[in-house]
Design a binder for this molecule. Structure first.
Ligand code: ZN
Length: 206
């Protein structure tokens, strides 16, 4: 099983039926659910969620790993809690994800972290140092700093075909882009959403 929204694609029927099952985070109902369906062609499978009965098209690579799927989950950002310019960039990152633009998605996710550093007045000559600065000032936890550094690294990878020494970067894959989005959501939750909820709760009951 790869560390994604999907489990392993397993064949459950004999030819010519070619039936398969898989566990997935369903983009329709949002639950992790078993799903099954048919192989449609060499690299495409049409599977139906057991829970909501909606279908998902899965695109696989040479080793049956999931390289893309359709449709993607619809994303919203709580604009009242997450600063508007960050929410805007995050939604653009998701738009890139929905059309399998993995590099562009990672670059937009990195932009979100850049804005977070701006909002917290981070100091340093580049984003790496700015994230370390926020950690050293204890404005963000070490785990949050690690997540932010991963988004930074993935975004750098997405933006540049070569590293500083001229070595070609490998193309990013769906899982890289997905992780960048997941780390961003984790960071927004910790820095904006939970503090706002705590403040609201204190307002209500002291
Ligand atoms: Zn479902």
């Amino acid at each position: 099983m790869n560390n994604s929204d999907f489990g392993e694609l397993t064949r459950i029927g004999a030819k010519p039926l070619d039936h398969y099952r898989i566990d997935m985070l369903c983009p329709h109902c949002g639950y992790f659910s078993p799903a099954e369906g048919a192989k449609l062609s060499e690299k495409y499978y049409g599977i139906t969620c057991h829970r909501c009965k909606e279908s998902v098209m899965i695109h696989t690579g040479d080793e049956k790993q999931i390289v893309d799927y359709y449709p993607k989950r619809k994303v919203t950002v709580d604009n009242a809690l997450v600063p508007e310019e960050i929410a805007k960039d995050f939604l653009e990152a998701h738009k890139c994800f929905s059309v399998a633009a993995w590099q562009a998605c990672s670059v937009m996710a990195r932009r979100c972290i850049h804005l977070v550093a701006e909002i917290f007045s981070a100091e340093g000559k580049d984003l790496y140092q700015q994230i370390e600065d926020l950690k050293n000032k204890q404005l963000i936890t070490p785990v949050l700093a690690e997540a932010a550094q991963r988004v930074r690294a993935l975004g750098k990878h997405g933006a540049h075909p070569y590293d500083g020494k001229g070595n070609a970067f490998n193309d990013l894959e769906m899982e890289d882009a997905r992780l960048g989005l997941e780390f961003c959501e984790f960071i927004f939750d910790q820095l904006f959403i939970q503090p706002a909820k705590i403040a609201a709760s204190k307002q209500k009951i002291r």
